[in-house]
Design a protein around this ligand. Structure first.
Ligand code: UDP
Length: 242
């Protein structure tokens, strides 16, 4: 294993920092303790959340890599950081829904909890000024950030990821309600599943009680910090049970 020498902070987002390193094809991703909701309008520090999300995302990406899907994840290097392949992020958020919740429930005035017979894929344009608007394939191609061919590949990958993660979580008594993923392209122009997968980016419900095991209590302002951290710890505990 070669030495990693951190060089510059190349990007700082709401919940992560990305550092360039001595190997130009790799980066270090650092998980911060911030927790955000409502397009960043709500932003708080939650001590040790970064440690939990680094570990949770590591376990999930390791599993996805093992299933043969190409991702940016290489390995966890310490309790807050991962070594990842450097990618150019496609500025689109892909949401996969198995059960109606969140913005879909509000937008269409449909009760939360209705199971979808086929998963629904949605695209949001990553643009802070525009507050990440909901767009469709044609808008994304028109904006010049992707092509129809690339979208077809991405839809194949997210369908695959959804199937394997639904089963992975169900084995741990967790229902995967919906989740968001991002993609990037490496130096060979290959599409890699990137960013993080954690209770920040997924809705998880307990299989038996339907209790929300994600960021929703934070979104709606319930009992804030302690409860949210307990929930993240519970997810990590379940992922560690084989
Ligand atoms: N999501 C995310 N980042 C965002 C917006 C949504 O990771 O900026 C995730 C969210 O955690 C949920 C899924 O995408 O699992 C669908 O989110 P939704 O569109 O319902 O929006 P929300 O109101 O939850 O932000």
């Amino acid at each position: 294993m070669s030495f990693i020498i951190k060089k510059n902070l190349s990007l700082e987002g709401k919940t992560k920092k990305i550092y360039t390193i001595n190997n130009p094809r790799e980066v270090v991703i650092h998980y911060k303790d911030s927790i955000t909701a409502l397009d960043g309008l709500k932003n708080q520090l939650l001590q040790d959340k970064g440690i939990l999300n680094n570990e949770i995302s590591t376990l999930i990406f390791k599993f996805i890599n093992l299933c043969g899907i190409k991702t940016h994840f290489i390995r966890k290097i310490n309790n807050r950081e991962q070594l990842c392949h450097k990618v150019n992020i496609i500025p689109l958020e892909f949401v996969v829904r198995n059960i109606v919740a969140g913005s879909m429930s509000k937008r269409l005035n449909i009760q939360e909890g209705i199971r979808l017979s086929n998963p629904i894929f949605e695209i949001f344009y990553k643009n802070d000024k525009l507050k990440d608007p909901f767009i469709n394939d044609h808008h994304a191609v028109f904006l010049g950030v992707t092509s129809y061919e690339e979208l077809n590949s991405i839809y194949r990958i997210i369908s695959n990821v959804n199937n394997i993660l639904k089963k992975y979580f169900l084995d741990k008594n967790i229902i995967l309600v919906d989740f968001k993923v991002e993609f990037g392209k490496n130096h060979k122009n290959e599409i890699l599943l990137s960013d993080e997968i954690s209770p920040d980016t997924c809705r998880f419900w307990d299989r038996k009680t339907m209790k929300k095991l994600d960021k929703d209590p934070f979104r709606i302002g319930l009992n804030e910090n302690e409860e949210v951290l307990d929930i993240y710890m519970e997810i990590l505990k379940r992922l560690n049970v084989r």
